[in-house]
Ligand binder design. Structure first.
Ligand SMILES: Cc1ncc(COP(=O)(O)O)c(C=O)c1O
Length: 349
């Protein structure tokens, strides 16, 4: 049976060029990275910092680790941070911010990841208030996973940055899929990153590396982040072997490949829309498509039925199915998926 795995872009495997790169390594290209002596990791960090328009960058094991070292580096225990209510840091990172960094979390509502600044202002607690944990960090997510890969526009990030500065906050961006945002709006990634104090992005999602993420920011921030990465057990030794995939992933040609995923997501959305079923489809900005089922539908049964027919999808909540396009998914896969999704959904709706 044909399988089309649309659960996530995290399932992607490396490209042939990435395998060529890793095969080209020898012992002269790797070293002890805790001592800063792995030439491949140093090259990747320099390349990533340049692309992000930041002074320095750090290779970390995962997006979750990258976000956590960023939070740790910007804050002190018993401070409060502002997270979007459906953000990955809040929903999916197992409260590392609270448990490990000792932070108090306040969630803010948003329209597809963009808050009203008045809502944020109401949450601010100043250092002068002796009985309250002071707010010191604002976080945003771009693209926003649970809002269907929605892009936060550069001007919205600029407004958030101005708000942060006015209130003496640092600004961290969970940019796990920031290249999808850049490709989606056809602007350089620095149009987003110039408005934040730190950005985390993943090599292991649409960029299809097997392991790793990057944190980028000022030299002093990255120096702190390096220490926190060590505390979290992320100080790796001859990890240039895995980091080498990232050198290929950060080539303009590979970043541009994300356009294909966006085209496929659009095609999928249009195809499902044309099935004329009583479902709601959120037009995808990037590579994530959200389908909302009618309220009384048993979503688990729908997901199971789709799986049985070879279409792997993810139920984000009780009503929404998430479909993600990525490297390895072809136009044919999309056409096939539309057909199968139609057959399955008709049995339930
Ligand atoms: C928006 C966002 N941030 C962070 C992460 C965490 O990345 P990782 O799975 O590498 O820890 C993810 C993973 O799906 C994500 O979607």
């Amino acid at each position: 049976m044909k399988i089309v795995d649309l659960r996530s872009d995290t399932i992607t495997k490396p490209s042939p060029e990435m395998w060529e790169k890793v095969k080209s390594l020898d012992n002269s290209k790797i070293g002890d990275d805790v001592y800063g002596e792995d030439p491949t990791i140093n090259e990747l960090e320099e390349k990533a910092a340049k692309i992000m328009g930041k002074e320095a960058a750090l290779y970390v094991t995962s997006g979750t680790q990258g976000n956590l070292v960023s939070l740790l580096s910007h804050t002190n225990p018993s401070e409060e941070i502002l997270l979007e209510e459906l953000s990955h840091i809040y929903e999916h990172e197992l409260d590392g911010a609270t448990r490990v960094a000792g932070l108090k979390i306040k969630r803010y509502p948003s329209k597809k990841g963009v808050p009203l600044l008045d809502d944020l202002q109401n949450l601010i607690k100043t250092k002068e208030d002796a009985e309250k944990a002071p707010t010191t960090l604002l976080c945003a997510e771009n693209t926003h996973n649970y809002h269907g890969g929605a892009i936060i526009k550069p001007e919205d990030l600029r407004n958030m940055k101005q708000f942060a500065e006015k209130n003496d906050l640092k600004f961290h961006l969970d940019g796990a899929r920031i290249f999808n945002a850049a490709i989606g709006l056809n602007v350089p990634v620095t149009e987003f990153t110039k408005h934040v104090d730190s950005v985390m992005f993943c090599l292991s999602k649409g960029l299809s590396c097997p392991v790793g993420s990057i944190v980028a920011g000022s030299k002093s921030l990255i120096m702190k982040a390096r220490k926190f990465r060590k505390i979290l057990g992320g100080g790796m030794r001859q990890a240039g072997i895995i980091a080498s995939f990232g050198l290929v992933a950060l080539e303009p040609k590979w970043i541009k490949r994300l356009e294909e995923d966006h085209k496929n997501a659009k095609l999928l959305a249009e195809g499902i829309e044309n099935l004329d079923l009583p479902i709601k489809i959120q037009k995808p900005d990037t590579n994530i498509l959200m389908i909302s089922l009618p309220q009384d539908t048993r979503i688990i049964k729908v997901i199971t039925a789709l799986n049985k027919e070879g279409i792997l999808a993810f139920n984000i909540d009780k009503q929404r199915i998430r479909l993600v396009t990525h490297f390895g998914i072809t136009k044919d896969d999309i056409e096939y998926s539309i057909e199968v999704i139609g057959e399955v959904l008709r049995k339930f709706l």
